[in-house]
Design a protein around this ligand. Structure first.
Ligand SMILES: [Zn+2]
Length: 137
């Protein structure tokens, strides 16, 4: 997708109530482009928006939503990655301020298909959700 086209289908693949793809601006773009005013309301929305930020190589958003205890200096973008899609398998709130999201992300790297299956941990601090770390399968 064109990086500036906010009316195209959101890379995270979320569907609206009528099973139509949500546009970027109505889906992850609401959080990615307005992080200060409108943080992702739950761990699944944050996870989806971080996937979308990866596809758009938005380092600022990824770092802003990475918990300080685990945050790298810079996110790792493989230059030739072609993101193919995201499937959220499970979203499990665990109390008020912690949650896990299990997902499969697919991409192509140098012609090779890669499947990333991870259960990510999230925490909420001062009303904002953060990605902590993940366990890969
Ligand atoms: Zn989205």
């Amino acid at each position: 997708m064109n990086r500036t086209d906010t009316t195209a289908a959101c890379p995270c693949g979320r569907l609206d109530a009528r099973r139509k793809p949500q546009t970027y601006e109505r889906c992850c773009g609401r959080y990615i482009d307005h992080w200060e005013a409108q943080p992702a309301p739950d761990a699944e929305a944050l996870m989806r928006s971080r996937y979308t930020a990866f596809t758009r190589e938005n380092a600022a958003y990824l770092l802003a939503t990475w918990h300080g205890s685990q945050r790298p200096q810079t996110p790792d973008f493989e230059p030739a990655t072609k993101w193919l899609g995201l499937e959220v398998r499970a979203f499990q709130p665990a109390g008020e301020d912690t949650a896990t999201v299990e997902f499969v992300a697919r991409y192509r790297l140098a012609g090779r298909a890669v499947r990333l299956h991870e259960r990510s941990r999230f925490v909420r601090e001062n009303g904002r959700w953060y990605y902590v770390d993940g366990e890969q399968f």
